[in-house]
Write a protein that binds this ligand. Structure first.
Ligand code: FAD
Length: 335
């Protein structure tokens, strides 16, 4: 299996304005996930370019600024710290925006949001898990799951058959394909997104943390000595092409705010498939089969919700009482 270099920022508090006003479930899972990550971080001290310097949702016109009224109500209701900033305060939060202050009308800042490189984090976590006895097998294709009287007995792969007591389907957007032959209908669909990662060449123009540009619908994130720019949402099935026009759009959007901060000639271009569910909530829990669980469908927030989802699923498998409610998280919510 491959680990995507794409995601950068992780929302660690209870808001993701585009999502949580519709459903609050991912919000509490994201909060729980933040707590689990903090615990794991203090236990392992894994370095992953992490920082807690907040996120800044940037508005370039009054309409955008006015449209946040509902989001602010949700933040206030949930007790999430936030700041509504004018252009000058946006520049104070992100000095690299100084030369483009005239393009900004204001911003919404969530000071507790975190950023970090999930690729670095997960690789190091896997290395340490191996030292503790976990065995990972990479570069194999799962062909099918074998079933006998409501139990999975083995996984057939391109490198042989693996048996086990408990199985977790975490194939992202591919989960429905693997589970369909078992009679399980899993409503997850791939939504393609792109990112570029650029080395910083001018520190004074670079972002400090994460900026969400409402105009271009992209997130610009600081990851150590790099800038990651991610966004776009394409319904293109499992297509993984990298059209140069998409890269140009991302380059344009970061140059428009942080011109000259990074070396665009060295931009690493990437795309990934976000596993989306119809209600924007991941599918976590046991299936109707005795020993098959699902942990998938995290959509745009897979890194944000990773640690909490893993912990929750582990508790379910171990029949330990989870620390948060699991109501409405498993596949049965779709009937
Ligand atoms: C541009 C972009 C930016 C993003 N930014 C953020 C962000 O800032 N914060 C955030 O929280 N989230 C972000 N996301 C979302 C995040 O990447 C996803 O939610 C997350 O990757 C989902 O994790 P997953 O493990 O469920 O699925 P995936 O990451 O898709 O992993 C599934 C894995 O299963 C493997 N697989 C599938 N079928 C088989 C098979 N038959 N045999 C073997 N292996 C198989 C695949 O190869 C893949 O490695 C972003 C996504 C994109 C595209």
């Amino acid at each position: 299996m491959t680990l995507p270099p794409g995601p950068g920022w992780r929302r660690c508090c209870a808001t993701a304005p585009q999502h949580d006003t519709r459903s609050t479930r991912p919000a509490w899972l994201a909060e729980y996930s933040r707590d689990c990550l903090i615990e794991l971080r203090s236990e392992t001290a894994i370095p992953y370019d992490e920082q807690t310097k907040g996120t800044l949702q940037l508005f370039r016109n009054e309409d955008q600024l006015e449209s946040i009224t509902k989001d602010i109500e949700v933040l206030a209701r949930d007790g999430v710290p936030f700041e509504v900033l004018d252009a000058t305060q946006c520049v104070t939060a992100e000095p690299g925006l100084g030369p483009v202050k005239h393009k900004i009308v204001g911003g919404l800042r969530l000071p507790n949001d975190e950023t970090g490189d999930c690729f670095k984090f997960t690789n190091e976590l896997a290395r340490r898990a191996e030292l503790l006895g976990t065995r990972f097998t990479y570069g194999i294709d799962v062909k099918r799951l074998s079933i006998e009287t409501r139990r999975i007995t083995a996984v057939e792969t391109s490198k042989g058959t693996f048996d086990g007591d408990v199985f977790v389907a975490a194939f992202g957007s591919f989960t429905p394909i693997l589970l369909k032959p078992l009679g399980l209908k899993v409503p997850i669909y791939p939504v393609k997104g792109y990112s570029i990662t650029i080395p910083i060449v001018d520190e004074s123009r670079a972002p400090i943390s994460t900026i969400m540009d409402e105009t271009f619908k992209i997130a610009i994130t600081r990851l150590g000595d790099r800038i990651r720019v991610g966004g776009m949402a394409e319904i293109s099935c499992f297509n993984r092409d990298l059209p140069i026009s998409r890269k140009a759009t991302l380059v344009h959007s970061v140059e428009d705010l942080f011109g000259g901060a990074g070396d665009q000639s060295k931009a690493q271009f990437w795309c990934g498939l976000r596993p989306m569910t119809p209600d924007g909530t991941p599918i976590i829990g046991k299936t109707v089969l005795d020993n098959l669980y699902v942990n998938s469908g995290h959509g745009t927030l897979g890194w944000t919700m990773a640690c909490g989802s893993g912990r929750l699923l582990t508790d379910l498998i171990n029949k330990t009482r989870p620390q948060i409610s699991t109501e409405g998280l498993d596949l049965s919510r779709y009937g």
